[in-house]
Write a protein that binds this ligand. Structure first.
Ligand code: SF4
Ligand code: F3S
Length: 112
C-alpha cells in the first residue's frame, strides 16, 4: 500500500502536504505534486493535511492510473520539502472534475 496524489491537486497545489511527510517523498510538477510510492512509508499523515482532499490511499478502487503517474513523475520532477505559495486561484479550481485531461502539465516545478 501507498498514498498517491490525485486529480484535485492539479491547479490547487496547496503544498500543505510536503511539510508533514517524515520521509520527504513529495515531488513537484508545474501544477501538481506526486508521491514516490517506493519511498512513502504509508503513515497517512499527509492525507488529512490536503485542503483539496487530493491525497488518497491506493487501496481505494480506480486509482491505478494515478499510482502509475505518481511513480513515473517522482522519478523526473524535483523533490519538494517546503511549502511554497499556492496558486492565487487555487480555491476556484478545488472540485473541478477531470482536471487531468485538460490541465495536467508534465513540466517540472522548481522544488525546494
Ligand atoms: Fe509521506 Fe506518510 Fe504521506 Fe507517505 S503517507 S507521502 S510517508 S506523509
Ligand atoms: Fe496537492 Fe493537496 Fe499537496 S492540493 S500539493 S496534495 S496539499
Amino acid at each position: 500500500m501507498t498514498f498517491v496524489v490525485t486529480d484535485n491537486c492539479i491547479k490547487c497545489k496547496y503544498m500543505d502536504c510536503v511539510e508533514v511527510c517524515p520521509v520527504d517523498c513529495f515531488y513537484e510538477g508545474e501544477n501538481m505534486l506526486v508521491i514516490d510510492p517506493e519511498v512513502c512509508i504509508d503513515c497517512g499523515v499527509c492525507e488529512p493535511e490536503c485542503p483539496a482532499e487530493a491525497i488518497k490511499p491506493d487501496t481505494e478502487p480506480g486509482l491505478e492510473n494515478w499510482l502509475s503517474l505518481n511513480a513515473e513523475y517522482a522519478k523526473s520532477w524535483p523533490n519538494i520539502t517546503q511549502k511554497g505559495e499556492a496558486p492565487a486561484d487555487a480555491k476556484e479550481w478545488d472540485g473541478v472534475e477531470n482536471k487531468y485531461d485538460k490541465y495536467f502539465s508534465k513540466k517540472p516545478g522548481s522544488g525546494s
